[in-house]
Write a protein that binds this ligand. Structure first.
Ligand SMILES: Cc1ncc(C[n+]2csc(CCOP(=O)(O)OP(=O)(O)O)c2C)c(N)n1
Ligand code: SF4
Ligand SMILES: [Mg+2]
Length: 351
């Protein structure tokens, strides 16, 4: 039986961006629908058309998919970055929910304050809803690097916030500078690939593992290619009582130098090569490999060589030169070791 969403029709003369999941007096929960046709018919995303993110950008896909998993009234906190800049060009906005922009470094601190205020309103009977969720969307620069202190503080204090990192692996909005999330050997404007350097010389920071170390109620990785896996994780992240963190790989055709038609394909190869495995972690169950990555864990023949992932991205093109084959080999060994480690830790894969 398919559950129908409550009707919140747009009346004549009302703007199309009516805050449909923010009806005062809202009680209950929206069902999580994973049937694409029913999704299209019944739900409107929180991010409306007309924003100026690049054609082929994965970030709005991640935001829309996440919003399909929202369970009711939601406040979005957005760190400075491509998403913020391109969706709120004054005097317009693409957001159909209450949305707060804050500085590059403090989205988790702002979200903590919003959540604390909502708690106080609820306690004093002044919140006209059953529950209001708080969700952060922040880039890798705003998470791995400059925003990390506020994220760690939010986790340590136990705020009931879902933090979604859209990781395009560089400071894209300001011109493709390397971040703590940029992978080893990737070209960026501040880690150029040439005669002196082969791109960035350090590995990506294991940000999701660092959040696991905070022992918060829910941590997961996600990629737009496995949209159902992503939506389910967003819903789980909202349902837990306390901080949740989702690390979503967000391909960027500008910075990764791939064709705009390859947005989803590149994330598919990231997952199937095990460069970016899909998993979730809870204190109760530990690591669980999920979605497409579970297929690879059960059938290792599906695992792609890392070359398949890098060959469609200009940021790695120097790795395909004969003199750099040893770097590609080293990258393969690194990916294999991290995947092997995950297989050993996963509680839902027999070894
Ligand atoms: C304190 C501070 N330093 C630098 C900037 C300039 N700045 C704005 S967005 C940005 C890059 C953001 O990178 P990321 O978080 O990865 O988001 P993306 O643009 O890639 O979506 C930088 C450096 C700033 N706004 N504030
Ligand atoms: S630069 Fe990259 S992340 Fe930014 S809007 Fe364009 S494709 Fe998206
Ligand atoms: Mg970025």
């Amino acid at each position: 039986m398919v559950q129908k969403l409550p009707e919140v029709p747009i009346k004549k003369g009302e703007p199309a961006y009516k805050l449909w999941i923010f009806e005062p007096g809202w009680k209950g929960e929206l069902p999580l629908i994973t049937n694409p046709r029913q999704l299209a018919e019944q739900k409107r995303p929180i991010l409306l058309p007309g924003h100026r993110l690049c054609a082929g950008c994965a970030a709005p896909i991640i935001i829309k998919l996440a919003s399909f998993a929202f369970r009711g009234p939601t406040i979005v906190v957005n760190a400075t970055g491509c998403v913020e800049v391109a969706t709120t060009i004054f005097p317009y906005t693409s957001w159909a929910v209450p949305w707060i922009h804050n500085a590059f470094e403090n989205s988790a601190a702002t979200a903590s304050g919003v959540e604390a205020a909502l708690k106080a309103l609820k306690k004093t009977g002044r919140l006209p809803y059953d529950h209001v969720d708080v969700v952060v969307f922040a880039g890798d620069g705003g998470t791995f690097d400059i925003g990390f202190q506020s994220l760690s503080g939010m986790a340590e204090r136990g705020h009931d916030v879902l933090y979604i990192l859209y990781d395009n692996e560089a400071y894209m909005n300001t011109g493709i500078q390397r971040s703590g999330g940029t992978p080893k050997y990737a070209w960026t404007t501040t880690s150029p690939a040439g005669k002196v350097l082969p791109g960035k010389t350090q590995h990506k920071k294991p940000i999701a593992e660092i959040m696991v170390a905070h022992r918060i109620p829910y941590v997961a990785t996600a990629a737009p290619v496995d949209w159902m896996d992503l939506m389910k994780k967003v819903r789980k992240g909202l349902e837990v009582n306390g901080p949740a963190f989702i690390h979503a790989l967000s391909s960027c055709d500008r910075g990764w130098r791939h064709d705009t038609s390859l947005t989803i394909e590149v994330t598919r190869r990231a997952v199937l090569s095990c460069y970016f495995p899909l998993w979730e972690w809870t204190p109760e169950e530990g690591y669980r490999i999920t979605g497409l990555s579970l297929n690879v864990a059960r059938n290792p023949r599906l695992k792609m060589p890392i070359e398949k992932y890098v060959e469609i991205q200009g940021r790695f093109k120097h790795l395909l030169k004969p003199e750099n084959r040893h770097l590609l080999k080293e990258l393969q060994e690194y990916v294999d070791a991290v995947w092997e480690d995950l297989l050993n830790r996963a509680t839902n894969v027999k070894r």
